[in-house]
Design a protein around this ligand. Structure first.
Ligand code: URA
Length: 185
């Protein structure tokens, strides 16, 4: 599948019931040739209304962290485990995650990033391991399907618990260092 077929298929997707309640599919955005792919959980209200990932409060916080460590948002790709907003921002159900999985898998195949960063526990549980412990394992590197993958606190979580902000800062610094290492090696 190429990008156009993928995006069109996703835009009209009816594989789960979220297709009945969404305003827009939030396909993902950014550089399709990116080395770094961020994967969040699911669109919130602002994303559902705009069709763009991470544009609400959590997205603005993410932007400020990316600025701080010198990662240009337009040079990375940002997607989510679910492409449609769960009503009331509830957690994605396993059925929804399973139904949506092929879209992200195909995005990963096309982008072919060197590094994947899960934003929060839900993405980490899906992409790293089901029992991922975000408090203990954030910033730890894993290898999945020949790619490096790590997880950091979800920015929405930091809006609720600002004491965790330094952890996100240092994990992002570690990610920058890893990218530099990969470029040099
Ligand atoms: N939270 C997410 O996980 N993804 C978004 O796109 C917005 C908020």
């Amino acid at each position: 599948m190429d990008w156009q077929a993928l995006q069109e298929g996703c835009r009209t997707c009816r594989r789960c019931a979220l297709g009945d309640t969404r305003t827009n599919v939030v396909f993902g955005a950014g550089d399709r040739g990116a080395t770094l792919l961020f994967v969040g959980e699911a669109p919130g209200e602002a994303e559902d209304l705009s069709g763009m990932p991470f544009v609400g409060r959590a997205g603005q916080l993410l932007n400020s962290f990316l600025d701080e460590v010198g990662i240009a948002r337009e040079k990375v790709y940002i997607a989510n485990i679910l492409k449609c907003r769960p009503p009331e921002n509830r957690d994605p159900s396993p059925t929804e995650e399973e139904a949506c999985r092929p879209w992200l898998e195909e995005q990963i195949r096309l982008i072919d990033p060197k590094v994947i960063v899960c934003l929060g526990r839900i993405a980490a549980a899906r992409l790293i391991k089901p029992d991922f412990r975000i408090t203990k394992e954030h910033g730890t590197w894993f290898e999945r399907n020949g790619r490096l993958i790590t997880a950091v606190y979800h920015p929405a979580y930091l809006l609720r618990d600002p004491r965790k902000r330094p952890d996100l800062q240092s994990d992002l610094e570690g990610i920058c260092a890893k990218l530099q290492q990969l470029e040099q090696g």
